[in-house]
Design a protein. Structure first.
Length: 242
């Protein structure tokens, strides 16, 4: 993982550079954030928030560079509301036009460190030119709705009351800026908490803030398409071509 420059930290949560191996299945987890991806060739793609897991056949890639945009920051960073990107990929060229096309050309045949640096520069230039609006409402809502170990997500109505807005207003603003509804965001973060946790199924359910183990199993299966036990044992759905 690379260190995100201080000027980008309000907008980008992390930067990763990974190799992709042919031998393993690629699991794309439910994801509440927008991600910029460069796969060692071709164009930069923007992957919208993902509400369902997907399982793909592995393939050899020289490298995969990922910039994870903080939930709610798609408009300042990319110039488009996140709800237009949900559950689909688009090219950065489609969003940025000629400047996106020039960036694709500049990244060709570069090593990962140069790609990271060039993407950071491009993002900083865009943020500087477009003077992004404050995202405080969404930022505080994300913090309250995000589940974590021992930190159950707040109820939407409680978050709205705490922030001094109506539940409807919060839902509308949140869905537009994050790309999924507040309830869907909380569901995704709960499942990701289970995936990153350890312990028995009952412990995982409690840590993630579920009512009980059956509630966790039902929600997990609805997004991952297998039960938590099957996933942990490696019994995954059939992979498809990427």
């Amino acid at each position: 993982m690379y260190t995100v420059p201080a000027a980008l930290r309000p907008w980008i949560s992390d930067v990763r550079v990974d190799a992709v191996e042919q031998s393993r299945i690629l699991v794309h987890l439910p994801e509440p954030a927008v991600t910029l991806v460069w796969r060692g060739y071709g164009e930069v793609q923007v992957l919208g928030p993902r509400t369902q897991a997907a399982y793909f056949e592995g393939k050899d890639l020289p490298v995969c560079v990922r910039f994870r945009v903080r939930p709610g920051c798609a408009r300042p960073v990319l110039g488009v509301d996140a709800d237009l990107l949900s559950d689909r990929p688009v090219s950065l060229r489609e969003l940025w036009g000629r400047s996106g096309g020039r960036l694709d050309a500049e990244l060709a045949d570069n090593d990962p460190a140069e790609v990271v640096q060039r993407l950071e520069t491009a993002l900083l230039q865009r943020l500087s030119a477009h003077q992004p609006r404050d995202t405080a409402l969404t930022r505080h809502a994300v913090s309250g709705l995000a589940a974590g170990v021992g930190q159950p997500a707040e109820r939407v109505r409680d978050v709205a009351r705490r922030l001094g807005v109506s539940e409807r207003h919060l839902r509308d603003v949140f869905t537009t800026s994050v790309g999924v509804s507040p309830k869907q965001f909380a569901r995704i973060t709960r499942v990701r908490t289970v995936l990153s946790g350890t312990g028995t199924l009952a412990q995982l359910a409690g840590d993630a803030g579920y009512y009980d183990q059956s509630h966790m199993t039902a929600e997990f299966r609805s997004m991952m398409h297998v039960t938590p036990g099957a996933y942990a044992a490696g019994r995954l759905p059939a992979a498809v071509a990427c």
